[in-house]
Design a protein around this ligand. Structure first.
Ligand code: FES
Length: 72
């Protein structure tokens, strides 16, 4: 059983390890690049569901949280 950790950065996004496949607003299948996906949790991103740094502009405040999942 593998463990997956999702970290909610202090005053920032959820950081999810791995590459995400998703369908964009135009119905096109897409894939993220890199080793980590940053998911918005402040509501200010212009590129939902991903963080675009907009949390800095609204002075978003939230505690750091770590969620650890056991994945089959
Ligand atoms: S958490 Fe970064 S834009 Fe929302």
């Amino acid at each position: 059983m593998a463990k997956v950790t999702i970290t909610a950065n202090e005053n920032g996004p959820y950081l999810v390890p791995g590459i995400a496949k998703y369908t964009d607003a135009d119905g096109n299948e897409q894939e993220t690049q890199g080793k980590m996906v940053a998911i918005c949790r402040c509501g200010a991103s212009a590129n939902m569901p991903f963080c675009d740094g907009g949390h800095k502009g609204i002075n978003f405040k939230a505690a750091k949280i770590e969620l650890v999942f056991d994945v089959d």
